[in-house]
Design a protein around this ligand. Sequence first.
Ligand code: ACO
Length: 322
Amino acid sequence: LRSTVLGCGSYLPENFLTNDQLATMVDTSDDWIVQRTGIRKRHIASEGEFTSHLAVKAARRALDSAGLEPKDIDMIVLATATPDNTFPATAVTVQNELGMHHGFAFDVHAVCSGFVFATATADNFLKAGQARRALVIGAETFSRILDWEDRTTCVLFGDGAGAIVLEAREAAGTVADRGVLTTHLRSDGSHKSKLFVDGGPSSTKTVGHLRMEGKEVFKHAVGMITDVIEDAYTATGLGSDDLDWFVPHQANKRIIDASAKKLGIAPDKVVTTVDQHGNTSAASIPLALDTAVRDGRIKQGDLVMLEAMGGGFTWGSVLLRW
Ligand code: ACO
């Protein structure tokens, strides 16, 4: 069995903040932000708009593009670091909002690598025959965990959601078949202090803010990303020249460009949307995917490499044929 992509969708909240607007809130400038990160604006969920609301909108669009209804899905995996509630899982709230009372839904928590971890998880359930069609969602409201007085972090992140639908299909098992070809996941908790939230339900403060040593994250990012991509090449015998599209986690244009360069991926194969929505953590890959599918770049049969690195640290890759 192979997990084949049937459709995708995404959603960004209506409200957004430009760099110039941010410059009225903290000591920063459009120039600084664009040069260091490539980000031009970020969308911010309105009061009362939660991660599940963004997720449901992206999920409905993904189902529409697949020509399916919630009754056709039997598994929801939702990647988020900003759940509506400590529990239940946001995936279960989404399941209910979609009117689904069958199958199963759960959250996966790997911060910015969340979508890669969720896709790998769903892929394994589908290949094992434990589900037939999965909704894989990445959804975040990072605006709720930012310290809006810390210019070193608040300029980088935004809110959003994206989703894909996967179906288990019989396949010959070659790299020419559509679907997820290989996934590679890694983590190393010794890097916790470089990127974390200084609060949580079992710590001294129940709600915290994102803290980051940006330079340290940058230093590790490119090496970790290229390692897991090379793992995918080793597993499949494919290489950068075979890729049609590179859809990286959208954290920072400089990290994306440096990774593509190190791997020898041509710039015109790189999908970059970070300028439009900043770092939306687990939502960023499906947001970028959906953009490139809807504007006609990614077509059925294309070879697509997804990768992410984030808090933990966690990092991983997904190589798939669309
Ligand atoms: N506006 C203006 N100046 C700023 C801002 C800002 N928003 N933020 C920091 N500065 C200042 C600093 O205070 C510093 O000033 P100083 O020289 O007087 O001390 C100067 O700019 C340079 O700061 P650095 O931190 O050295 O800047 P750097 O070039 O490293 O860029 C950045 C910072 C953009 C955060 C970079 O380190 C980076 O991209 N890191 C990776 C972060 C990231 O992408 N994290 C997410 C990935 S993991 C995940 O997705 C969860």
